[in-house]
Write a protein that binds this ligand. Structure first.
Ligand SMILES: Cc1cc2nc3c(=O)[nH]c(=O)nc-3n(C[C@H](O)[C@H](O)[C@H](O)COP(=O)(O)OP(=O)(O)OC[C@H]3O[C@@H](n4cnc5c(N)ncnc54)[C@H](O)[C@@H]3O)c2cc1C
Length: 418
């Protein structure tokens, strides 16, 4: 058993780099986040020969608020990991505190589940392995510059990030091609898997923010941010969303008795404030919460610019899933839910392509229709909430309207959190 705030136990690759290159795979999945792992579980359960490639060494943290909405929890139950999540100490959140500068309200919400990404993703990789997928970590996958298609097989270049896994220590500098019938790019916001490709453009919004995160122990806040400590300790099942002009911060308790601070920040404000920590402190202060310097100095992780959309979502034999398709703001659980939904929709297509490669073109068209429809309808309310969050006065009106018109509040919360 892990100690309370220790990360989950480390994971080993199930296959060596050289062996992964020698095999012919039904599916190679790039990225072991929620989208990649869920696709790996479902494809392996359907009997496909699956390789899940991850550039980092597990367990790894990643920038995320870690809140799973009801839909995501249902999908995780279908993947068979709900008991593990419970055993890992995930935390139920049943109240939402929204604070837009001076205006704040607290409402009951459909139950969210809070879990660290190192915990969740490790559980998912273990499940994928259990279902028969092979896992290769410390290995970066990149689509080759030239159309990497050999007959019906797609090629992807694998670069071992550490010499240890390869019999030839120099191989870490020489990427080698692995072959599969289908490729799934589940590499998140990071476009490194597509960096050699010119025809996978992605739109980045000019006013895009960056995502940041810090995990700190509840105990340490008693010194660095006593007000926050009191707020979080008095009600452990409450998610706090604090918003101001230059960004918003989500705060909640997560497994290991840690507090997850996840924020979307205006990059210009980060520069003018003198760093990520001070910029987060400014938002807290505008919402009436004072912190000490030690809080700003805690370890912050950051993403690249968040608001982006991939114009092309698939090509014959290659599919984008999860954040690789585009990022969904704000983080009330829709990001991971979308990633899980993608996996459930894509897995049957992968099986069909492996059984009959002639269905590749139809699968691309089906994927385009699905993504377009979801972007238009499912993400509409998220985009609307994210837009309001950029204007504190408007957000304050929305908060007040939610307070005074319960029907309006129920509709928004249901869409945004459920
Ligand atoms: C600040 C912030 C807070 C958020 N809070 C929430 C929340 O509370 N709830 C929610 O549902 N969503 C939240 N999200 C969104 C959520 O994090 C994403 O939607 C979700 O992680 C997408 O999963 P994914 O599998 O597509 O990508 P990721 O989780 O990013 O996984 C991608 C994986 O691919 C690996 N990788 C990248 N490039 C390569 C490569 N070339 N080769 C091999 N591996 C590679 C990475 O190391 C990583 O492990 C938040 C996002 C941000 C930025």
């Amino acid at each position: 058993m892990s100690s309370p705030s220790a990360p989950p136990d480390s994971l080993s690759s199930t296959i060596g780099y050289e062996s992964a290159i020698e095999c012919t795979w039904d599916v190679i999945i790039v990225g072991a986040g929620v989208a990649g792992c869920a696709t790996a579980i479902l494809a392996a359960k359907s009997g496909l020969k699956v390789l899940l490639v991850e550039s980092k060494s597990f367990p790894r943290e990643k920038v995320c608020g870690g809140c799973l909405n009801v839909r995501a929890q249902d999908a995780l139950r279908r993947l068979g990991v709900d008991h593990e999540l419970q055993a890992a100490g995930s935390v139920r959140l049943s109240e939402l505190h929204v604070q837009v500068q001076g205006v704040g309200r607290i409402w009951p919400i459909p139950s969210l589940l809070s879990v660290r990404r190192s915990t969740l993703d490790t559980i998912l990789v273990r499940r994928a392995i259990e279902c028969g997928a092979d896992f290769l970590q410390n290995t970066t996958a990149v689509l080759p510059a030239e159309n990497g298609q050999v007959h019906d097989l797609m090629e992807v270049e694998l670069r071992c990030c550490e010499g240890l896994q390869s019999s030839d220590p120099l191989s870490q500098f020489k990427p080698k091609a692995a072959q599969a019938r289908c490729l799934v790019i589940a590499a998140g916001l990071n476009r490194s898997a597509l960096r050699l490709q010119r025809d996978w453009p992605s739109d980045i919004a000019p006013d895009s923010r960056i995502g940041v995160q810090s995990l700190v122990s509840l105990e340490s806040l008693s010194e660095s941010a006593p007000e926050l400590h009191g707020m979080l300790d008095s009600n452990r099942g409450r998610l706090h969303m604090l918003s101001s002009h230059h960004g918003y911060v989500g705060i909640c308790l997560t497994d290991g008795d840690l507090i997850d601070f996840a924020a979307a920040l205006d990059p210009k404000r980060v520069s003018s404030a003198g760093g990520i920590g001070p910029a987060v402190c400014e938002i807290l202060e505008e919402c009436g919460i004072k912190t000490h310097r030690a809080f700003a100095d805690c370890h912050w992780m950051a993403t690249s610019l968040l608001t982006r959309t991939s114009k092309i979502v698939a090509k014959p034999g290659v599919f984008l899933v999860g954040d690789a398709l585009g990022y969904i703001e704000p983080f009330t659980g829709e990001g991971m839910s979308w990633a899980l939904d993608n996996a459930e929709m894509l897995a049957p297509n992968l099986v069909r392509i492996v059984q009959d490669p002639r269905t590749k073109d139809q699968a691309v068209r089906d994927w385009e229709v699905y993504v377009q429809k979801q972007r238009r309808f499912r993400h509409r309310i998220c985009r609307w909430v994210a837009k309001q969050a950029r204007h504190p006065t408007r957000s304050q009106w929305v908060v007040q309207a939610c307070h005074w018109i319960p029907g309006f509040r129920t509709r928004i919360l249901k869409k945004a959190v459920q």
